[in-house]
Write a protein that binds this ligand. Structure first.
Ligand code: BG6
Length: 500
């Protein structure tokens, strides 16, 4: 396996299949623009959008210009940086299923100086069913060999078998070290900071186990609905769309053992062990420890919004059982975590947008203040992934004043924007440049993706067989009431973020 190279290559072709699609316009091209703005693209870079749209280079550049104007904050817009980026942008119209069209792709990629040394990044922002075909066509044209890399967007399949089939198809062409399976949560600064908090400090690690931690909560709440993505989402649902990837990746980073180093494979090896240690599901536990919900009409951010069923009315299924909310309780069955529940929840059209991890510590083993007054709460470490990235450590303190011990919860706060004086870059900026450099740490390896699917598989099967509808929750609420029962029956409660 070639060694990771932290230095940027001199030559790069960044090829986006699905170049005019939503992901490309909303995330990838703005991220590449930011890299261009900060001079972080290899000097000789071409960005080639490939799509079925009947566009020439000029037409595609106009689309890219619009995407930057729409999706890049005003204080980051710089006319000369936009021009510098656009000079590097090209478009090819292609039906990927038509072999006759492919000679133009092969020709364009080979028709450049330093072809042999050029890092070619093939970003698959298309349906996963096309990943195999595209890989084959690239190989036929002789453009898939090292140093070529392929980036696979989630979802990688809709169950274990389909994920394996996709991995096999891509794996026939690309070696594992050339394949970058993206989970954009791993590109978020606060998620990477979780590794730093745990492993670049000595304070927490001795407490990071079942002796001192009571339980862990991971929440990814969104206010958005399914919008225009109903066609995809109605076949996916929250378990496939969010839990199988983003939430499990967060859980892995919380629960993993210290890696030997944050280098090529160590972090991924440790994350895999966590996935393999997750408690397997029985049918009874699926019924008792998982809540699935779906939003009905309601009010979000002061605006009335329709029910999920109405939002996906144009989707091809009259009556689906798709869930837009999942809450579950699981356990990592190993020495460090035995007996510590991990509560996970995610939902669309919730009352707030917030991704957070809360580590709730145990109560002190002995009370030395028998006559205390006031309020005490267990210590909590609150990691805010978004918005307002930061961390808050909740402690108990004595309220100043004579006579006895009056207790009060207080907190130590770290707000990223204040502490570092700038907002964090978008996850895709970091991840795209890691692909160009060939650094795989923040990408999911095949075995990780498949282990995550293997854990989800019994849930999907049981839900499909039972045919029970999801619980209803009004849009703009905190989810179905049973999601509260799930945690409250254990004498615990969901902790909401209060970071500002
Ligand atoms: C995507 C899901 O992976 O993540 C979307 O497909 C979801 O449904 C999105 O909205 C959330 O990402 P973020 O970065 O906005 O939390």
């Amino acid at each position: 396996m070639p060694p990771a190279d932290m230095a940027l290559p001199d030559h790069c072709d960044f090829v986006v299949f699905g170049g005019t699609g939503d992901l490309s316009m909303r995330k990838l091209l703005p991220a590449l623009y930011h890299c261009a703005l900060e001079d972080r693209l290899p000097a000789d870079t071409r960005i080639i959008g490939i799509s079925r749209a009947d566009l020439d280079d000029a037409g595609f550049r106009a689309e890219v210009r619009r995407s930057i104007a729409t999706h890049v904050p005003a204080d980051r817009q710089d006319a000369s940086a936009v021009e510098r980026l656009l000079e590097r942008v090209f478009h090819l119209t292609l039906d990927v299923n038509d072999p006759a069209d492919w000679h133009q792709v092969h020709g364009l990629l080979k028709d450049r100086p330093a072809f042999e040394e050029t890092v070619r990044v093939f970003y698959m922002a298309v349906a996963p069913t096309l990943f195999g075909t595209i890989s084959q066509r690239l190989a036929e044209g002789g453009v898939a060999d090292d140093p070529a890399r392929v980036v696979l967007e989630k979802p990688i399949g809709h169950d274990l078998a389909s994920a394996r089939a996709i991995n096999d198809a891509v794996g026939e062409v690309f070696e594992e070290h050339q394949i970058f399976r993206i989970d954009h949560y791993l590109g978020k600064e606060s998620v990477q900071n979780l590794l730093v908090t745990r492993f670049a400090n000595t304070l927490l690690e001795p407490l990071w186990n079942s002796h001192w931690i009571d339980h862990v909560q991971i929440t990814v709440a969104e206010t958005v609905g399914v919008g225009t993505r109903g066609g995809y989402y109605d076949h996916a649902g929250a378990l496939r769309d969010m839990v199988q990837n983003h939430l499990l990746q967060l859980l892995c980073l919380v629960a993993m053992e210290p890696p030997i180093e944050v280098g090529r494979e160590d972090v991924r090896d440790e994350k895999l062990k966590v996935l393999q240690a997750l408690r397997p599901w029985t049918r009874e536990e699926i019924d008792t420890d998982i809540v699935r919900g779906r939003y009905t009409a309601g009010i979000v951010d002061g605006e009335p919004v329709p029910a999920y069923r109405e939002e996906v009315a144009s989707a091809d299924r009259e009556e689906s059982l798709t869930e837009t909310f999942v809450a579950l309780k699981t356990e990592v069955q190993n020495w460090r975590w035995a007996g510590v529940p991990f509560y996970l929840r995610t939902g669309k059209r919730m009352d707030r947008r917030s991704s957070e991890i809360v580590i709730v510590f145990k109560e002190p083993p002995h009370d030395v203040f028998p006559h205390r007054t006031g309020v005490t709460q267990p210590n909590r470490l609150h990691i805010q992934v978004q918005p307002d990235e930061g961390m808050r450590l909740h402690l108990t303190a004595k309220e100043p004043g004579p006579g006895g011990y009056r207790m009060r919860p207080v907190s130590l706060d770290l707000n990223y924007a204040t502490a570092f004086g700038r907002h964090s870059p978008d996850a895709y900026e970091r991840l795209l440049m890691d692909v160009v450099r060939g650094i795989p740490t923040l990408f999911m390896r095949r075995d990780e993706v498949e282990a995550a699917w293997a854990w989800c598989e019994p849930i999907l099967q049981h839900w499909a067989e039972s045919g029970l509808p999801p619980k209803r929750y009004p849009a703009g609420s905190a989810g179905p009431t049973t999601a509260f029962t799930l945690i409250e029956r254990d004498g615990r409660s969901w902790q909401e973020a209060e970071l500002s």
